[in-house]
Write a protein that binds this ligand. Structure first.
Ligand SMILES: Cc1ncc(COP(=O)(O)O)c(C=O)c1O
Length: 409
């Protein structure tokens, strides 16, 4: 069911920080707001469940249940075949370094790894550092004209028997480009390579299905999808079982626990379940997976309408240059994240003006270092505004007034 103005009222009411202020949250790619249910889950955990796992008493058993519930929520959200393939960690970055370190130990000199210039550095440096294990790193450029990955260069870089892993991004945190990954995963597999996907920016905006994608790993961050500051990793069972994690000796040696270092952040796991349940509550269907898919496709359609309005408005403001896909016919190839600069002012100055107009936005490179370098923006970066499903067309209009107001004077 498409999101209507009635559903928008309910959606906004679910987020206390959104409904209680006039602030326009366009800083969503940096982190989203959370629902009251997510806040309550953390409080409830401390009130009624707080303990460590594995003991005979009730609170510990409830904590065991907290972990089980979070794994099953994330398996539903990502389309994973089995909750045991879901690993939690402090952040996507930490999880990626963790996997890369173990993967590096399986490399032979001359093995190759592919990274891209379109990715956030969290999906570049952990792999590029494996040069010290003898790996050859191949970097795939993107087309600066529309911010899309150079697919031909990717295919040409795959070397059967030599390429061991391709690290690919699902959606760019700087330009919003969504990469059609399924054919790339298939091509990588044909060459005998694994695929590690950074889905941090796609998961809040488009339905995710790791089983259909057939990816080997997929990492995301709960604070980008209305949850707490934690990272989540899906890995194929065979890889999680065969790679050797760096872990303390007495810690469990079966999946997924063997990949979780130290005591998990149980209160945040409760909150992850609440975030997934919130998203599911926007959809219809018999199972939570069905409700999540239905919710995410409604969110995607709604956000595409918002994107059309935002893009059209941005292009009308004097002195604004928007990067990435700007063709209104190609909005299905992007998430609602837009980077731009305004002639005559630095991105920081633009963001300061927007902040005075009560609009939260970001300036800088957002760790998409190669993107900024390729666009010639490394020194100051760009302004980034990114929408979430709780934003409205009225907020876009207010943002455009705030942006145009002083620039056009
Ligand atoms: C595309 C992308 N990948 C990775 C990250 C890093 O995620 P985390 O903060 O969980 O390490 C971010 C953070 O903004 C991101 O946007």
């Amino acid at each position: 069911m498409p999101l209507t103005s009635d559903s928008l009222l309910k959606i906004r009411a679910a987020f206390p920080s959104v409904s209680s202020t006039d602030t326009i949250y366009f800083d969503n790619p940096g982190g989203t707001q959370v629902t009251q249910s997510v806040i309550d889950a953390i409080t409830q955990y401390y009130l009624h469940r707080n303990a460590n796992v594995g003991a005979a008493f009730a609170r510990s058993q409830k904590t065991d249940q907290t972990v089980t519930e979070a794994r099953s929520a994330m398996a539903d959200f990502l389309g994973a075949p089995d909750p045991a393939t879901i690993v939690f960690g402090p952040s996507m970055t930490a999880l990626t370094f963790h996997i890369a370190r173990s993967f590096g130990e399986t490399l032979r000199p001359g093995d190759e790894i592919i990274v891209t210039d379109l990715d956030h550095d969290a999906n570049v440096t952990p792999w590029a550092e494996l040069e010290t294990c003898g790996a050859v790193i191949r970097r795939i450029p993107f087309r600066v004209t529309d911010g899309t990955l150079d697919i031909d260069a990717f295919r040409a870089a795959l070397r059967p028997g030599k390429t061991r892993l391709a690290a690919l991004g699902y959606a760019s945190n700087a330009l919003g480009t969504v990469t059609d990954l399924a054919p790339l995963v298939a091509a990588a597999h044909e060459a005998g390579a694994m695929v590690y996907i950074d889905a941090v920016q796609s998961v809040p905006h488009i339905p995710t299905d790791v089983t259909a994608l057939d990816c080997d790993f997929l990492a995301c961050s709960a604070y980008k999808f209305f949850g707490p500051h934690m990272g989540v990793l899906y890995g194929k069972r065979s890889h999680l079982e065969s790679l050797t994690p760096h872990k303390v000796q007495p810690a469990k040696n079966y999946i997924p626990w063997r990949w979780e270092q130290g005591t998990p952040n149980f209160e945040c796991l409760s909150a992850i379940t609440a975030a997934v349940d919130y998203i599911a509550s926007l959809g219809v269907g018999a199972s939570r997976r069905e409700r999540l898919l239905s919710a995410m496709s409604d969110v995607q359609a709604y956000e595409q309408d918002l994107s059309a309005r935002l893009l059209q408005g941005l292009q009308r403001v004097a002195g604004v240059t928007v990067f990435g896909i700007t063709d209104p016919e190609r909005l299905q190839e992007r998430i609602p994240t837009f980077s731009f600069i305004v002639e005559g002012e630095t991105p920081r100055m633009t963001c300061e003006r927007l902040a005075r107009g009560n609009v939260n936005s970001y300036n800088g490179n957002y760790y998409a270092v190669q993107v900024m370098e390729s666009l010639g923006l490394l020194e100051n970066g760009a302004v980034r505004v990114g929408l979430a499903h709780y934003n409205t067309s009225e907020e876009i209009d207010r943002f455009l007034v705030a942006l145009a107001g002083e620039t056009n004077q």
